[in-house]
Design a protein around this ligand. Structure first.
Ligand code: ZN
Length: 249
């Protein structure tokens, strides 16, 4: 089955539109979303509307989703994230709010697992190092693990020598981290961020995962950054949130 894997949309409707156009052209049969649909961006309700309508959707909540429904204290957020969270609370419709309230932090599917951050601390641990990956491995039943949160396209996989390696994933690079003969071996994939990339590339990041071929591939798409920035400013969200979209960090 071909899955569209994406994360960290953060209320960016223009970026999400570019990614969903690609997924429909690619005829994906299912969707895996690693959380943080809202927070930072100016169109949280519209983004949740599009995502709620996706068929065969597997989605978990992220820390921003939880903050917006008041399950995480925004005192822990930086001032920009805090301001955006308070604004998003007011901008969210009832249906969107209920959708977020029903999301779980971990998702176990027969073919894969999904969290936002890490298996042991799904809402707030950034999975960035080999040591962190090793410390989380025993908590995953079914590989691959899909995660987001760091806003960087990454892969953690076992080498034939029994080591674990972390890879930054370039556009179009194809990874087959758990292909036979290794079977259900530990591998984690992060598709990067749709709505707020932080790897110095302003384009929306997303991925395709083929559950039969066991391939994971990252794609990047340009979108109308100026339009999103104009909406951030028009809604009185922090200027920094507009500027960082252009620099991709
Ligand atoms: Zn995020």
């Amino acid at each position: 089955m071909l899955y569209g894997v994406f994360s960290d949309v953060h209320g960016n409707l223009e970026a999400l539109g570019a990614v969903l156009d690609f997924y429909s052209a690619s005829r994906v049969e299912g969707y895996i979303c690693c959380g943080d649909v809202v927070g930072y961006g100016p169109d949280p309700d519209e983004c949740l509307g599009l995502i709620r309508a996706l068929e065969n959707l597997h989605i978990v909540c992220g820390n921003h989703d939880l903050a917006v429904i008041d399950r995480i204290d925004v005192e822990w957020f930086n001032p920009y994230a805090r301001a955006a969270t308070l604004w998003t609370r007011a901008a969210l419709g009832e249906e969107s709010r209920r959708f977020l309230e029903n999301l779980t932090a971990r998702l176990e599917h027969q073919d894969f697992s999904v969290v936002h951050g890490s298996p042991r601390r799904p809402a707030d641990e950034y999975l960035l190092s080999v040591a962190q990956f090793r410390n989380n491995m025993s908590l995953v039943k079914t590989w691959p693990l899909f995660c987001g949160h760091s806003h960087m396209p990454l892969c953690f996989q076992c080498t034939t020598a029994g080591q674990v390696e972390a890879l930054f994933l370039e556009e179009h690079q194809t990874i087959t981290g758990d292909v036979a003969p290794y079977g259900n071996v530990p591998v984690a994939y992060n598709p990067g961020s749709v709505g707020q990339p932080r790897d110095h590339d302003q384009r929306a990041s997303c991925a395709l995962w083929d559950s039969e071929a066991r391939t994971f591939q990252v794609f990047r798409f340009a979108y109308d950054v100026a339009a999103t920035q104009a909406k951030i400013r028009a809604n009185g969200l922090p200027e920094y949130l507009a500027l960082r979209l252009a620099s991709g960090q």
